[in-house]
Design a protein around this ligand. Structure first.
Ligand SMILES: [Zn+2]
Length: 306
């Protein structure tokens, strides 16, 4: 791997006996893991977000919302969704899905570099980075504290629809003021990638055994990924469903979805399929490392971790 300033800093800390790498909170042996044929899928934490409740669900019955939060043991004035980065390892590849928030989005997020170190993963080993979409908590982590690319030797893959949307000349002016920083942040990262990004279409096989699934709505080109091995499959959902509230109320509008109606239609369709097929899922913002299953509950669903 190429050395960059960040490696040199870590190397310096080690030489000084600072013990930086020995004090990480997560050990590799504790990582949640799913074996899928010859592949191993796990998640690494990028920390969590902290969002005011009013940001997330402004247009739903607030008493009902609070009751759901209480019943799930969650705070009632804010949402604190986890951020789970999926890592797929097989004989030939080490694939990372999204790169987290990086150092400049929220103080509670951007922990992926620490989690990689704790798991004993050298960023230079990563062969492929696959993006679900280009919101800050998924792409801003491309650049580290020194504005260097976090995975220096990886191939980067993004859906063509997502790439074209954020790169379009009129996206910034069409975006509400409160979210213009999302556009600028995405465009800055994309400028770094533009000479070597590999764009895919829905339905494409991006790397062997990884299929791009159209789940637009949360963003215009939002993509989930079905990982196949023989007769077994699992689904990296991204932000199709961003928390337990949306399992109980999948048809409630969430303010984090850019096209609310399309996102609801996608969520209902995907959750129905996941529950019917009993497919293992990873949710970027779901609790307990995001790995589990969708089960039917009354007229809606529930998340079963594991
Ligand atoms: Zn997200």
């Amino acid at each position: 791997m190429r050395m960059n300033r960040r490696d040199i800093l870590f190397a310096g800390a080690a030489i000084l006996g600072a013990g930086v790498l020995n004090t990480r909170p997560v050990q590799a042996s504790q990582l949640p893991t799913v074996e899928l044929g010859t592949r191993t899928i796990t998640t690494l934490s990028d920390g969590n977000l902290v969002l005011p409740l009013s940001f997330s669900f402004p247009d739903v019955p607030q008493q009902e919302l609070v009751a759901i939060l209480k019943a799930n043991g969650l705070p009632v004035d804010r949402l604190e969704p986890d951020c789970n980065i999926t890592v797929l390892r097989d004989a030939d590849r080490l694939v990372v899905f999204d790169v987290g928030a990086g150092p400049n989005f929220m103080p509670s997020a951007g922990r992926l570099p620490d989690s990689l170190a704790a798991a004993g993963i050298d960023p230079g080993e990563v062969t492929d980075v696959v993006f679900t979409h280009a919101h800050p908590d998924h792409i801003w982590g491309l650049l580290d504290d020194f504005d260097e690319v976090i995975f220096p030797d990886a191939n980067y893959h993004m859906g063509r629809a997502e790439w074209d949307y954020w790169r379009a000349g009129d996206t910034l002016e069409k975006t509400p003021e409160a979210r213009k920083s999302f556009v600028i942040g995405a465009q800055n990262r994309m400028a770094v990638l533009e000479d070597h990004i590999r764009l895919f279409n829905f339905g494409d096989e991006i790397v062997p055994g990884v299929e791009a699934v159209d789940t637009r709505g949360h963003t215009p080109g939002h993509t989930s990924f079905a990982i196949h091995d023989g007769s077994q499959s699992m689904m990296v959902l991204g932000d199709v469903v961003t928390g337990l509230v949306s399992f109980e109320k999948p048809d409630w509008p969430s303010n984090s979805d850019q096209d609310t109606n399309q996102a609801i239609a996608t969520r209902l369709q995907v959750m129905d399929r996941m529950a019917t097929d009993k497919m293992h899922i990873v949710g970027f913002h779901l609790p307990n490392s995001g790995i589990g299953f969708v089960e039917r509950k009354d007229a809606a669903y529930r998340f079963v971790a594991g």
